[in-house]
Design a protein around this ligand. Structure first.
Ligand code: BEZ
Length: 237
C-alpha cells in the first residue's frame, strides 16, 4: 500500500495539465521505493558492479557537475571530513561525474592538500553521460552538458529511500544528509516516523492510523497523545 492510500487520500487525481513542451517520454526516473538499477562503473578505486558493491550496506550515490569546480570541491571535502560519521552508520559513498578518472584523482589529491582531509570513497567516471541520463541527473535548465547535484540514499536491499536535487550554485549539506540517514534508519528500526527537524534523541511520532492500544502495546507508558492524529513517543536512551 502506498502512503496516499494508507492516509485515505485520493490516489488518482485525474488528468494533470502539463505544458506541451514538457511532455517528453522518459524510460525511467528513480523514485522512492524503486530498486536501483545495476550498472558497471570505473572509479578512482577500481571497477565496481553496483549491486555487488552496494547490497548489504547503505549507499550515498551522488552526482556533481565536474572536477575542479568550486562548490563541488567543498562538497567532496565535507563528505571526506565526515567519513567516520558515514562509516558509523554503515553508509558507503559513491560520487559520479563526467570527469575522467585521471582528472578526478588529481583533483582528489588537490582537495586533500587544500582541506587537509583524506578522500577514501570512490568517484566514478561517466564519460558518455549514460549514468547521469539514467538517473535523471541532467537538468537542461541548469546545464545541458553537466550533471547537477543529485543525491540518492539507497538502503541495504538496494531500494531508493531518499532523493534530493540541488542546483549548480548551491552546495549540499553533509549534516542534513547524515540527519536524513539517521531518520531513515530510525524509521526502519522502530517502525516510527520522524517529525520535522528531528535528530537522534528527539521524540518520534506514530505513523497515521496507529491506535492507542497498539501504541501502548509497543511502548507502554512512554507515549503521549497530543491529538487523535498526533501521538509522540520518546524512546528510552
Ligand atoms: C561549482 O561546483 O562551483 C559549479 C559547477 C558547475 C557549475 C556551476 C558551479
Amino acid at each position: 500500500m502506498n502512503v496516499a492510500s494508507f492516509l485515505g487520500l485520493p490516489t488518482n487525481r485525474g488528468p494533470v495539465r502539463v505544458p506541451a513542451g514538457y511532455r517528453k517520454s522518459v524510460a525511467w526516473l528513480p523514485r522512492i521505493g524503486d530498486i536501483v538499477p545495476d550498472f558497471v562503473a570505473k572509479t578512482t578505486r577500481g571497477n565496481l558492479t553496483f549491486h555487488d558493491w552496494a547490497e548489504g550496506r547503505w549507499t550515498l550515490l551522488f552526482s556533481h557537475p565536474a572536477a575542479f569546480t568550486p562548490v563541488c570541491s567543498t562538497e567532496i571535502a565535507a563528505l571526506a571530513a565526515d567519513q567516520d560519521e558515514f562509516d558509523a552508520r554503515n553508509v558507503q559513498i559513491l560520487g559520479m561525474s563526467g570527469s575522467s578518472l585521471d582528472e578526478q584523482r588529481i583533483w582528489d589529491a588537490d582537495l586533500e592538500r587544500i582541506f587537509k582531509v583524506q578522500i577514501r570513497f570512490p568517484m566514478a567516471e561517466d564519460p558518455t553521460g549514460e549514468l547521469a541520463a539514467t538517473f535523471g541527473m541532467v537538468h537542461e535548465h541548469e546545464s545541458d552538458a553537466l550533471p547537477m547535484r543529485k543525491t540518492l540514499i539507497i538502503d541495504p536491499s538496494l531500494k531508493v529511500r531518499m532523493i534530493f536535487e540541488y542546483p549548480m550554485l548551491v552546495g549540499r549539506s553533509t549534516s542534513e544528509t547524515l540527519r536524513v540517514i539517521d531518520a531513515l534508519q530510525a524509521n526502519d528500526k522502530h517502525g516510527l516516523a520522524t517529525p520535522s527537524d528531528w535528530t537522534p534523541g528527539d521524540k518520534l511520532v506514530f505513523p497515521p492510523g496507529t491506535s492507542d492500544a497498539s501504541a501502548t502495546e509497543h511502548f507502554g507508558r512512554n507515549w503521549r497523545k497530543l491529538s487523535d492524529y498526533l501521538k509522540v513517543v520518546r524512546l528510552p536512551g
